[in-house]
Design a protein around this ligand. Structure first.
Ligand code: DC
Length: 310
């Protein structure tokens, strides 16, 4: 993988873009930018100020005096963290409607393009593969059936204690799909070089595995080193092997040493096609370490190599 890697993800509402993008970003150790959240933050400003986005003068004045930023998984409107205020049906609707306006898009596109210029990022939205990061190293189009997307959105709203009715959530999604796809400015489209991932019926680890395969390539392994240190040799072996097998982690090589009563095991594993994210695997090993009073940690091979070349 080159030094800078940009991953562009487009797709309709509720396809799972942000969940997947966040996990991938964590796994790759790069920034995640939720561009939809930025359109939502701007919609919140329209709503708060009672500005009509169809009034060109009022809109121009609002855009000139508005600052939208996204950092550390939070979206900021004029410096205020508004992440918790933008997921209501009213803001969803207003974000979809106002994002069709050219001036709105130009304002946010400029900020988003600057974010993806000089560093590795994962960005998701509707125009990332086409307009914001057309040069991205990896492009994905994530989609799912309308029913599945409506079901996911309804669950999300329910979890937040917001009132929701499946049929109206579905109608809402269909209306947004239509508007996002048929608008004149930067409509949602599938570029020829995007990998289409239909997430209907797939769970998060399955989607993640599919995308990781695409990013890392078919033949290259994504290796990591697991080091386990403790006293109970048989117990450690059994527990670590079980943990890895349950997560489809392939063991490539194992070396063991016993020094006095300490048992050390170093495993080279292939984490490319495993069914969990690197972070989940690392957490599971840490948890095992706590339970069995041993030290278990995992690091990527690149980091390991770098340490040994010092
Ligand atoms: O991804 P989301 O549902 O949070 O996005 C909210 C709205 O913002 C969506 O209806 C369309 C718009 N949007 C856009 O036009 N371009 C983007 N890059 C991201 C979102």
């Amino acid at each position: 993988m080159s030094d800078i890697v940009r991953i562009a993800i487009d797709g309709p509402a509720g396809a799972g873009k942000s969940t997947i993008a966040k996990l991938l970003a964590e796994e790759l150790g790069i920034d995640y930018i939720d561009t939809g959240a930025m359109y939502r933050a701007l919609a919140l400003k329209l709503s708060r100020t009672g500005t009509d986005y169809k009034d060109p003068e009022a809109l121009a004045a609002l855009l000139a005096s508005t600052d939208v930023d996204y950092a550390g998984g939070r979206v900021y409107l004029d410096g205020e963290d508004v992440s918790g205020l933008i997921r209501t049906p009213e803001i969803s609707e207003l974000a979809s409607a106002s994002s069709a306006v050219l001036e709105v898009r130009e304002k946010l596109a400029q900020i988003q393009q600057a974010m993806g210029l000089r560093k590795s990022v994962i960005m998701d939205g509707r125009d990332i593969t086409t307009k914001i990061l057309p040069f991205a190293e990896h492009k994905f189009y994530l989609t799912a059936s309308v029913e599945e997307r409506a079901r996911r959105r309804a669950l999300e709203l329910e979890a937040k204690g917001l009132p929701c009715d499946f049929e109206s959530v579905k109608a809402d999604i269909e209306a947004r799909d239509y508007r996002d796809t048929y608008r004149e400015n930067s409509p949602l489209t599938i570029t020829e070089d995007s990998k289409v991932v239909d997430t209907t019926g797939l769970d998060i680890p399955e989607v993640l595995a599919l995308m990781k395969k695409e990013i890392y390539g078919e033949d290259t392994h994504m290796n990591a080193i697991i080091t386990v240190l403790g006293r109970d040799r048989v117990g450690i072996l059994a527990a670590v092997c079980k943990l890895l097998a349950e997560r489809n982690v392939n063991v490539l090589d194992v070396s063991q040493t016993i020094l006095q009563s300490n048992f050390t095991m170093v495993m080279m594993v292939d984490v490319k096609n495993c069914s969990v994210s690197f972070k989940e695997l690392s957490d599971a090993l840490e948890e095992l370490g706590r339970k069995m009073e041993l030290s278990a940690r995992i690091q990527r091979e690149e980091i390991f190599d770098a340490m040994h070349s010092i």
